[in-house]
Design a protein around this ligand. Structure first.
Ligand code: NIG
Ligand code: FE
Length: 411
């Protein structure tokens, strides 16, 4: 199928070739006013403005964008989309003054999600995750990473990863899988970390590798969870099985997780609420992407990530939702982008780049998604008419998405 889209008020993030953006580059958001776009078999094949010759021919299917702003779909590189149940009771605990760490220490949090997940079938988990994914696609998400980590034993970690594998096979958008067996210590291993790490390395990882169930290895590197040394051992074991690290670092404390991730050549280090000079320095000029999860900071009332310092330090940063029942019960990337501008003082152009192109790179999909580039997938957001790009994050909480196109077809 050959599609010509016309009447695009602004076409955002148009790039001949694309690369990971760092430092000042993040503020450059190329755009074409009064644009057209061509798509063939779900792939972008051309675009231009009033000056550029519009491809003629009778066999094009015409799509009228109706004055929409068109931009690449969001690339959400960090989610925990597969879970059994919401945890709004903890939300109230937090309102009453308990911290995330205190809730976890009394057996709530991740362990609570694990108890619920253990009782749920693969089929039911898949159905729930599928529905969440459909909602996120309608909110403009066009590629997603999903973690395990609510299984915490071999059977249930594999169950989660098989659900993600099924989503990969059935969803029209790219899905990446991260193995997060090291999300927390199950109660039985609270005082025997060694045995749980052995279980991850000697039993879970080989089983996952046999079935090719994961793309990445993730660890929650945090005080009271996995230490820097434990994280290093688990990541190195994952690397042996062909999984690149993508780790939870510096959420509650400046633990050294960021520096470790950079040392291991992680694809990304994610969270970064608690940064110090060393951690920022480590990301300076590094190919490891710093993925900021501002809705987790927002929901847990933590300080926001130091986006400006990271950009100033020439780090490559991405934005993601962290969708999960404990610290970010929303996967709405539109809100992530708004919040980043409002609370981290990112420029709208920086936030859009970080949530599209750099997000794609944080899933190693930079050649496939994240910009309007010939050869990339036509996963696109069509907005309602808006006065300018800046209006997008400014009008937070307002749904400005008119239509979402995935692989060249409106959903
Ligand atoms: O990214 N920080 C650790 N893991 C998740 C939260 C998981 C949960 O509370 O269920 C996060 O915030
Ligand atoms: Fe997370």
């Amino acid at each position: 199928m050959r599609i010509r889209v016309n009447h695009i008020a602004q076409l955002l993030n148009t790039r001949k070739a694309s690369k990971l953006l760092r430092g000042k580059e993040l503020a450059e958001l190329p755009l074409i006013p009064n644009a057209w776009l061509t798509i063939e078999d779900g792939i972008i094949t051309g675009y231009g403005g009033v000056e550029d010759p519009f491809p003629e021919g009778a066999d094009w299917t015409l799509v009228d964008a109706g004055g929409a702003t068109v931009l690449p779909a969001w690339c959400d590189s960090h989610t925990h989309l597969v879970f059994a149940a919401s945890r709004e009771e903890e939300f109230v605990d937090k309102i009453n003054g308990l911290s995330y760490a205190a809730i976890a220490a009394k057996g709530g949090g991740i362990l609570q999600s694990a108890r619920r997940l253990a009782t749920m079938s693969e089929e039911a988990l898949y159905a729930a995750a599928w529905n969440r994914l459909q909602s996120l696609m309608r909110l403009g998400t066009g590629a997603i990473e999903i973690k395990s980590g609510y299984g915490l034993d071999t059977e249930n970690e594999l169950k989660m990863l098989r659900v993600i594998r099924r989503l990969k096979a059935t969803a029209p958008i790219p899905v990446k899988a991260s193995f997060l067996g090291a999300h927390t210590y199950p109660a039985a291993y609270k005082d025997d970390h060694e045995s749980y790490i052995r279980l991850i390395i000697q039993e879970m990882l080989p089983a996952i590798a046999r079935e090719g169930l994961a793309d990445y290895i993730d660890v929650f590197c945090e005080e009271g969870f996995f230490s820097v040394d434990e994280t290093e051992r688990i990541c190195k074991a994952g690397i042996q099985f062909g999984l690149k690290p993508k780790i939870h670092a510096n959420q509650l404390h400046a633990s050294g997780g960021v520096e470790l991730g950079v040392k291991l050549g992680a694809v990304s280090v994610d969270h970064l609420e608690s940064m110090n000079a060393n951690a920022i320095q480590a990301l300076s000029g590094s190919d490891t992407i710093g993925t900021l999860l501002p809705t987790a900071a927002f929901f847990l009332r933590m300080p926001f990530q130091p986006a400006r310092e990271l950009i100033q330090a020439n780090a490559a940063i991405a934005l993601a939702s962290d969708f999960n029942p404990g610290s970010s019960p929303s996967g709405n990337m539109n809100f992530v982008v708004s919040l980043s501008c409002i609370q981290m003082k990112m420029q709208p152009a920086e936030a859009i780049n970080a949530a599209t192109l750099n997000g794609a790179y944080a899933m190693e999909l930079g050649n496939e998604l994240g910009s309007i580039t010939a050869g990339k997938r036509a996963n696109l957001i069509f907005t309602t008419p808006i006065p300018s790009v800046n209006y997008l994050p400014y009008a937070f909480g307002t749904n400005l998405i008119d239509r979402v196109m995935i692989n060249g077809a409106f959903i």
